[in-house]
Every structure is written in C-alpha cells, then in structure tokens.
Design a binder for this molecule. Structure first.
Ligand code: CP
Length: 420
C-alpha cells in the first residue's frame, strides 16, 4: 500500500511539506527535496542506521519487501541511480525504472506533474533527477508518495550531501571544526551547494576555491553568514606549489590558495566543471582545465587531508592520485549504498527514530502567488520556464523589501511582494 504523505491531497500541487508537524518523530512519508528537509538529529540518526546497514550491504533483508521504488531520471547518472536501486534491492524491495525518459511518455510532452501523479499509483517512493532547478519541489508537491531529490539542475543534491557528510564523519570521526575546501565549479555544482549548507549546520568550516566566474553564488555566501554565522574564505585558484612569497613575487593578482593555507585544509572536495549547465560552449571552453588535483599538490597537503569528489571526474582529478591513501572518493561513492538504504528505510516507515523532525529548525515562510501580476521567475534554468502550468510563487526575504525567492528554484531576485 502506498504510504500517504501526511496532510497531502492528491494532485493539488499547493501542499506544504508533510511529516514535519511539530514534535514529529518519524521520517515516514517525508519528501527529501533539500538538505533542509532533515534536522541535524535526523541526519545523525540516519548515520547511525547507515552504520548498521553497512554491515549488511552485501546481503539482502526483507525490511522493505512490500515496497516499490520508482527511479525517474531525466538526466544521466551512475552512482545515484544505481545505489538507490541497489539499496532498495538489498532491503528486499522492488524497483521500476526507465533507462531513458525519452522512451517514456515524456517524449510525447507529458508534464512532470502528470508523470509523477501516474507513478504514485505504481510505487511507494520516487527518486527524481531533472535538469531544471526546482523540479524536485514540483514532483513532491504533485505526488502523494515521498519524493527524494536526486539532483535538480544546479540547485541541490541532498542525498549526495548525506553521503558526503557521512564520509567525513567516518573518516575524520567528526564534522565540527573540519575545514573543507570546496574546489571547482561552485556556481553550477549542486553537490557543493548542498554540502556547504550541510557543513555549516554541523559546524564545519568552508573554504571556497573556484575559477573566476564559477564562484559560489553570492546569495548562498550571504545565507551561510546570515543563518549559520559561517564566513568562508574564497580563492580563485589552487596553486600547485606556489608559496605565498612566490605568489607575491610573481605578482599574481587573483587570490590563490597557497601551500600555507593548504596545510589548514582537512578535506579537499573537488568537483568537475559542470559542462551541461553552461549557457554557451565558449563559456565552458574558457573554464575547462583551469584547475586540477595532482600528486604534486598533495605533496604540500597534510598526511591526513582527505580528497573527496562526488564523481564523475573529467580532468580535475589526476588518476595518479588514486593510489594515495588520502584519496577517499571511491570509498565515498561506496558509502552511498548504506546511507541510501538508511534513508529509504526511514522514509518508507521501516525505522522508528528518536530524532526530532525539522520543525523548529526551518521555518519556511508562506509564499505569495504573483501570477496575476504577470511576474515570472527570472532564472532561465527554473522549472517554471518549462512546466508552464506552475504558478508564480515567491517567498519574501526577511528584512529585505522588494527581494523574494522563487518558491521552486530558490533564486533570490528583485520583485515586489505585498507583505502584511
Ligand atoms: N555523484 C553523483 O551524483 O553521481 P551520478 O551523477 O553518477 O549519479
């Protein structure tokens, strides 16, 4: 039987997150669209469950033998899709999947809202990946079974963050105080976006290293500072062997993460240039190949500095690094299985948690419908650009008149929102 999300009414598309009522101590029926859909206590509870699951990740239980998972991937994936499907199979459940959505009725123009309303009749949980930002929110709003965001454009990838945090906790035995250098395309990298928030919530430190033009969005840096009191250091390049005196002598203008700073880094989290998110091939060509983690660079890092990568890699992480015991990225990908087993068990109501739900941690303000005012989201990658039946919904930014975020993609923009 499908697990109904609390308070949901099928197909209305206007629902607030379910299973998040005050004092709720269950993750059953929960949508995981954002890393903010789970409280810190719930994440820690999932990690404890993942520790248990990792002992059984080669076996098969019957914990979810009455459940079916549907994977709906509008974009390619190796790790996320296969690990979710393997997780469900290891839990004894079934999977329905489509290797290519263009072989489904999406090719005939079926909307996202209609597609998920069909799949809810067949499956107990939907795992959704989509190129447009805010698409997972749409899927969750229109679907009565839990939806897990497997990556929505450049926006968020919350389950990647769960396994990234789990990796840091397993390998460094803590997250608090760990200094993570997020390296790469921080403008488009959804894994880096979700991880920055996850680290901030667990007391991690953030150092950003991104080529010019690919820096972390300024509104994200503002939010990290405003909501979590996290001020990140920012650099534009990672100097392989440049010391601070060398840099000054060479009169390099842009901020370079020097070897002196590198010694304070506990985790180098590198991401590829996200080719598929660029507006033009020219822009991508200008950015590609501008940074790389090499064995030369790692000679200057501490012996206990971890190298992580959400993968896939292109040219930003040399194959020679694989032999270094500090290279944690294949272990990181492997942790995805027990972490996703834990999440599935919890969301499918097979795990009783003592952890408090998000209520009290996150207060999502009410949104305002500005459709009749002719306002549309200005983000050209927002799901509202393609799924045109969606209303123009905006959430006012506290203390900032005429600033609001799109309800779906979260992008902040200048828009007049009437306030009470
Ligand atoms: N890390 C990650 O999301 O990998 P896939 O794109 O292969 O799922």
């Amino acid at each position: 039987m499908a697990l109904r999300k609390r308070g949901s009414r099928k197909g209305e598309g206007e629902r607030l997150p379910r299973a998040q009522s005050r004092g709720s101590r269950t993750m059953a029926g929960r949508d995981v669209v954002s890393i903010f859909d789970l409280s810190n206590a719930e994440i820690e509870d999932l990690f404890a469950l993942a520790d248990e699951m990792s002992q059984h990740s080669r076996g098969r239980s019957d914990l979810c033998s009455d459940k079916i998972l549907a994977s709906l991937f509008y974009e390619p994936s190796t790790r996320t899709r296969f690990s979710f499907e393997a997780a469900m199979l290891r839990l004894g459940g079934g999977i329905i999947s489509c290797a290519d959505v263009q072989a489904s009725s999406v090719a005939k123009g079926e909307t996202l809202a209609d597609t998920v309303r069909i799949l809810e009749s067949y499956a107990d949980i939907l795992i959704v990946r989509h190129p447009l930002e805010g698409s997972a929110r749409v899927a969750a709003d229109y679907c009565s079974v839990p939806v897990v965001n497997a990556g929505d454009g450049a926006h968020e990838h919350p389950t990647q963050t769960l396994l990234d945090l789990y990796t840091i906790r397993r390998e460094k035995e803590r997250i608090e105080g760990v200094n993570v250098a997020l390296v790469g395309d921080l403008k488009h990298g959804r894994t880096a976006h979700s991880l920055a928030y996850g680290l901030a919530r667990f007391g991690g430190k953030i150092t950003c290293v991104a080529p010019k033009g690919l820096e972390m969005p300024p509104e994200m840096l503002e939010r990290l500072e405003r909501d979590f009191d996290v001020r990140s250091e920012s650099y534009n390049s990672l100097a392989d062997f440049v010391s601070e005196p060398d840099r000054l002598a060479a009169q390099v203008d842009e901020p370079v993460l020097s070897v002196e700073v590198l010694r304070f880094i506990d985790v180098i989290y590198v991401t590829r240039v996200q080719k598929e998110r660029f507006n033009s091939q020219q822009e991508f060509e200008a950015a590609k190949g501008s940074y790389a983690i090499t064995t030369v660079l790692l000679r200057h890092a501490r012996p206990d500095t971890l190298v992580m990568h959400p993968l896939p890699r292109v040219d930003e992480l040399a194959y020679e690094v694989d032999a270094d015991p500090r290279a944690a990225y294949f272990r990181q990908a492997a942790y995805g299985l027990p972490v996703r087993m834990a999440l599935l068990a919890a969301v499918l109501g097979k795990h009783r948690t003592k952890a408090r739900s998000v209520e009290g941690l996150i207060k999502r303000p009410a949104d305002v419908d500005l459709t009749s005012a002719g306002v549309r989201c200005q983000n050209s990658h927002c799901v509202t650009t393609a799924e045109t039946y969606l209303r123009a919904r905006f959430v006012p930014v506290a203390d900032r008149p005429n600033r609001a975020c799109c309800y779906y993609c979260g992008q902040e923009m200048t828009v007049h929102v009437p306030r009470d």
